[in-house]
Design a protein around this ligand. Structure first.
Ligand code: GLC
Length: 483
């Protein structure tokens, strides 16, 4: 019998994607299945997500039936749908409460609290509905963390609990008042501060057998006051049950040699074909058609986490006699959007703010930019730096979390990108200038591009590490039973 893993997430591409969690939940489960199959390991991951009314369903899903979930308010019916995607089965759970808000997250914390508290009860009841024995439940972030907490109230034998942390800063604040109606009691744990006892993410952490931050770098950082969000002592107490695993990217979607959105496809050995992409993006954005001017780019949610404010300041510090162009693609914080517009007015020849979400354009920018900017304040893993390296745009990034784990420092000469530690405009500007200097030495630059493009950024090693972690967890519990 195959080991059965139930993977829970609030979002999963291509059905719904709000952030990086959507990419991961839409790809990793199938990659784990593929890796297990290829190594002859009997293990199957199946995914469960809420049926948000905004789900985009390419094919109409099979309706499998329904089951009842009891809450203190009475019974609620949950209807189950099934659809396959990228080597994995996705189950969609629909109910009055789960489907009460259109998208994965709303602006009403209490509504979201009710939605995910109820989803968690439904997810624990779900294996019985499909008549499955599940060995592992793998939840992600605060939204599905409550599943693990609820699971712990069930008698043994029960599935092992795994929790991935994609962003510790989102603890599920504002949802506490919604939880008692679904039977949730505060978590009492040594080192868990009082204020965190009724917050979904810490509750989930307290119940998890294994905690998986999305990179080893982030796993270490969250043990410190700077990144621990006030939970560092508690997380330190769970250190031996924590293992950081870095994400990958879908190398079929992100393949510069076959990407249909590019003006010109290229590989590490046909780098001269890359330049057509730079002219194309200069043309599209109305920048001067100049192959020799270094083209910087950032593709990002515009928010504080991403250090976009520092980027704006740094661009203002670049000396006037150094030519550069910069394209920013993304939406987000209105204040930052405003600042971006102001910068474009100040630098009409150099700076373009494309305040929109445009996937084809993003592909073209990765392929055309020379230098990719990621000055994140913190970055649990980061996906854009993996894409940019695969597309030969060398990253300039803050040495934090997953960025530190996935970019080889030293610049084009010896590495795959540029890492800086101190997050201020002067340091970022100096690092950009270093990258521009290297860019002007074509030989060195191409060496860096080739090194970056040949890095393994696929999901394969991440998938294998997840399989090992799952099997280890089951192995440990066998030993526990034997003692
Ligand atoms: C969150 C993090 C990001 C990570 C993604 C997927 O969005 O902020 O760093 O890459 O989750 O794990």
């Amino acid at each position: 019998m195959a080991v059965s893993v139930l993977y829970l997430a609030a979002e999963a591409d291509p059905f719904i994607k709000v952030g990086g969690l959507g990419d991961v939940a839409g790809t990793l489960p199938g990659e784990i299945n593929l890796a297990a199959q290829q190594s002859g390991i009997q293990l199957q991951v199946e995914v469960v997500i809420p049926y948000h009314p905004a789900l985009h369903l390419p094919t109409s899903p099979d309706e499998l039936g329904s089951f009842q979930v009891r809450t203190s308010a009475g019974q609620e019916e949950v209807t189950v749908y099934r659809v396959g995607s990228r080597n994995a089965t996705y189950y969609l759970l629909s109910s009055k409460t789960i489907s009460s808000t259109p998208s994965a997250y709303s602006s009403d914390d209490l509504m979201d609290g009710r939605k995910y508290a109820f989803f968690s009860l439904a997810a624990v009841a779900f294996p019985a509905f499909i008549n499955h024995t599940v060995e592992i439940i793998h939840a992600n972030d605060w939204h599905t963390a409550l599943t693990l907490y609820y699971l712990k109230s069930k008698p043994e034998p029960r599935p092992k609990a795994v929790l991935s942390i994609h962003n510790l800063a989102f603890l599920g604040g504002g949802t506490s008042a919604a939880l008692p109606a679904y039977g949730f009691q505060p978590a009492h744990e040594p080192f868990l501060p009082d204020w965190a006892e009724m917050l979904p993410l810490p509750m989930g952490i307290s119940a998890a057998d294994l905690i998986v931050p999305v990179s080893p770098g982030y796993a270490a950082e969250i043990l410190t006051p700077e990144f621990g969000c006030g939970l560092e002592a508690f997380l330190n107490s769970r250190k031996t049950d924590t293992k950081g695993i870095v994400n990958g990217i879908d190398t079929t979607t992100w393949d510069p040699s076959a990407d249909p959105y590019l003006s010109s496809n290229f590989t590490a050995s046909t780098l001269s074909d890359r330049s057509e992409n730079k002219s194309a993006i200069q043309k599209i954005t109305g920048l001067q058609l100049a192959p020799e001017i270094p083209l910087l780019a950032a593709i990002s949610r515009l928010d504080y986490q991403k250090g976009i404010d520092v980027l704006f300041e740094a661009l203002l510090l670049l000396p006037a006699d150094v030519p550069w162009q910069c394209i920013l693609l993304g939406t987000g914080n209105l204040g930052l959007e405003e600042q971006a517009k102001i910068l474009q007015e100040k630098y009409p020849e150099k700076f373009r703010a494309l305040l929109t979400f445009d996937n084809p354009l993003a592909h073209q920018i990765y392929a055309g930019a020379d230098i990719f900017l990621m000055p994140s304040r913190y970055e649990p893993c980061g996906i854009s730096q993996l894409i940019s390296q695969r597309y030969g745009a060398l990253p300039v990034a803050r040495a934090t979390g997953g960025l530190k784990d996935t970019i080889f420092p030293g610049g084009a000469a010896t590495g795959t990108g540029y890492l800086f530690t101190k997050l201020d405009a002067a340091t970022l500007a100096a690092t950009i200038l270093q990258a521009i200097k290297d860019y002007n030495n074509k030989k060195i630059w191409q060496l860096g591009q080739k090194r970056a493009m040949s890095m393994d950024v696929s999901w394969r090693s991440s998938a294998n590490l997840h399989i090992q972690a799952y099997l280890q967890l089951l192995e440990n519990s066998k030993h526990m039973e034997a003692v």
